[in-house]
Design a protein around this ligand. Structure first.
Ligand code: NAP
Length: 248
């Protein structure tokens, strides 16, 4: 039986690249999405055309009931759960903290932090050996923003990724004897749609001179690190962070 992975926010960007790479390595993959159904189906079609197994499930991961639906339907379709990639995330228009509305900050923490907590709570019930699971691997998608702070752009986003880092450290210890490893990747500037949500689609062109490698990264380069952490090849690695940021 294939190992089974849920990738949240897999219709586009880093999540889509992760779903495709994981499927090519033998995982049956659940491609979660919130609103871009056509894009999610295209990821599923590409995986299936290459001989892999995938399904798409619509669920807003900020809502606990939808997360439960996502996990229950995945296990119904594939029979088990071995890996969770908490990738779904958002940022909003660049501005200073004093100009941010409390609704916006709530949205950022709902999408980036509470979503991850809901998904990990659901995953424990299916993966932990304490609940008759097979153990597994959780990979959280953080950001170099958690170290750099994103001043004048989105310190709310950076702080939400700081929370992801702390969850990774604590849960790696809490879940070790459940048979669950917990790690994170910290991408730097990666070519995806997310920069348009910040109001600057070409942001990487402006900042790349400050990156030691002087280029942005690709979603596939981030996916490589994520899939390694999700796989048994990293079997003694937990509570670790991989920077995928061109030396930044
Ligand atoms: P993206 O291209 O904007 O894609 C975001 C994905 O998240 C989409 O699939 C979207 O689904 C999904 N999503 C958003 N909110 C959701 C929700 N509430 N429920 C379910 N799915 C949701 O973003 P990306 O650049 O690939 O970013 C992926 C992750 O990497 C994020 O956590 C981001 O913070 C992190 N990251 C990115 C960069 C970068 O430079 N790109 C750098 C550091 C960290 P729909 O398509 O259905 O809307």
């Amino acid at each position: 039986m294939s190992k089974v992975m849920i990738v949240t926010g897999a219709s586009r960007g880093i999540g889509a690249a992760t779903a495709k790479l994981a499927a090519s390595k033998g995982f049956a993959v659940c491609v979660n999405y919130k609103s871009h159904a056509k894009e999610a189906q295209a990821v599923v079609d590409e995986i299936q055309n290459n001989g892999g197994s995938a399904i798409a499930i619509k669920a807003d991961v900020t809502i606990a009931d939808e997360v439960n639906h996502l996990f229950t339907e995945t296990v119904k379709a594939f029979g088990r759960l071995d890996a969770l990639v908490n990738n779904a995330g958002i940022l909003e228009t660049q501005m200073r903290l004093e100009d941010m509305s409390s609704e916006r900050i709530q949205r950022i923490f709902n999408a980036n932090v509470f979503s991850t907590i809901h998904c990990i709570q659901a995953a424990i019930k299916f993966m932990s050996i304490r609940y008759k699971g097979f153990g597994g691997s959780i990979v959280n998608v953080s950001s170099v923003a958690s170290r750099l702070g994103s001043p004048n752009e989105y310190v709310d986003y950076a702080a939400s990724k700081g929370a992801i880092d702390t969850l990774t450290i604590g849960l790696a210890k809490e879940l070790a004897m459940d048979g669950i490893r917990v790690n994170a990747v910290r991408p730097g500037y990666i070519y995806t749609d997310i920069h348009a949500s910040g109001g600057e689609p070409n942001r990487i062109e402006r900042v790349k001179q400050f990156i030691p490698m002087q280029r942005g990264g690709t979603a596939a380069e981030v996916a490589s690190a994520i899939v390694w952490l999700a796989s048994d090849e990293s079997s003694y690695t937990s509570g670790s962070f991989i920077e995928v940021a061109g030396g930044n």
